[in-house]
Design a protein around this ligand. Structure first.
Ligand code: FAD
Length: 305
């Protein structure tokens, strides 16, 4: 098959992520409709090319060697936010904070939790994103998933949601999502969002290059109910530096690119934090952040005994 129109070679990906590290994608495209998305997926499948979507890149690290497949960033019609009475139908590439702000303006409640999640709607569905008790699955009514063979609707009960996970596989792209919301006083909804933002500013660093939570909070009795950040803090990881990356001084589960980090530096910080937590507390931390491309973990990642 010939290469579809608009497909580029060797596209840098670091700037499409919030932590700004990593190499290029061999192939890159910006589909702007469900039809062009399905065409790209069909082409990649026929050519045996791996595919991945980059949303806002806010929970993503790209290998320093890059990604040997087709990376896609949803654009055009796939970023639209539309009101349909009590529903809001949103493109998978729309930003969740924008969808939250718009629905507040329309006097609808149910998406406020999205104000602090700097990702796209597609990334939020994929990651089952959540904040301050707001449940994405509670408001989500259906999604349109595009694959190499077409598009189909799925409901939340078909998405296998668990903590920061869904069952969406490679080659399955969230093109659209519908949220069923409740009419409310728009001013009150905006106030709730403002107080969520203020709480967030107190708890987390702002204005730094990061991908948010590095590790998921462990479900292990040895953690004694502590979050991943509290465990990293307990083993003195706050501020731990490797090359150009460090665990944030303000929130130990956030890794910061100090300006010249590589993905290798980020992985070294992760591996050392995980090693310390395992050695001192016996708890194995697992990444929340998603990886794109082949990476080589430092030896410390393989935990002894
Ligand atoms: C400062 C900061 C604060 C954060 N706070 C929170 C928080 O409170 N709660 C929370 O849950 N997360 C939080 N995050 C993490 C992140 O914002 C979420 O995981 C978000 O949902 C990721 O969306 P994204 O579009 O950036 O996805 P990306 O990081 O671009 O990608 C993440 C994964 O989703 C896949 N993906 C992206 N778009 C699609 C799509 N359309 N279809 C299929 N797969 C797709 C990617 O291929 C990748 O596997 C935070 C991140 C930062 C930087």
């Amino acid at each position: 098959m010939s290469v579809p129109e608009g497909v580029e070679r060797d596209h840098p990906l670091a700037r499409l992520t919030t932590v700004r590290v990593g190499g290029p994608a061999d192939w890159f495209a910006k589909p702007d409709s469900e039809r062009s998305l399905v065409e790209l997926l069909a082409w990649a499948s026929a050519e045996g090319i791996e595919v991945a979507v980059v949303g806002s890149g806010s929970n993503l690290i790209v290998s320093d060697e890059g990604f040997r497949g087709l990376a896609m960033k949803l654009g055009g019609d796939l970023t639209r936010i539309e009101r349909r009475e009590r529903r809001v139908v949103v493109g998978g590439g729309a930003r969740l904070p924008s969808a939250a702000a718009k629905t507040a303006g329309w006097g609808l409640t149910g998406l406020e939790f999205g104000v602090n999640i700097p990702g796209t709607v597609g990334g939020a569905v994929m990651m089952n994103a959540n904040a301050y008790g707001g449940e994405l699955a509670e408001a989500l009514e259906w999604i349109t998933v595009c694959t190499a063979s077409g598009s189909e609707r799925r409901t939340p009960d078909q998405l296998g949601f668990s903590y920061r996970r869904s069952n969406l596989g490679p080659g399955e792209v969230v093109a659209r999502a519908s949220f069923e919301l409740t009419p409310a006083d728009g001013a009150e909804v905006k106030e709730t969002m403002a107080s969520m933002r203020a709480r967030r500013r107190e708890a987390q660093p702002s204005g730094i290059k990061t991908f948010g939570s590095t590790f998921v909070n462990p479900d292990d009795p040895r953690a004694e109910g502590r979050s991943a950040g509290q465990l990293l803090d307990a083993v003195d990881c706050r501020g731990l530096v490797r090359g150009g990356a460090r665990f944030s001084e303000k929130h130990a589960n956030f890794i910061e690119n100090m300006g010249h980090a590589t993905t290798g530096d980020v992985l070294a910080v992760m591996a050392e934090g995980r090693r310390r937590v395992h050695e001192s507390l016996g708890v194995v931390l697992e990444p929340e952040v998603q990886l794109l491309g082949e990476v080589t973990w430092p030896a410390a990642w393989e935990l002894g005994g």
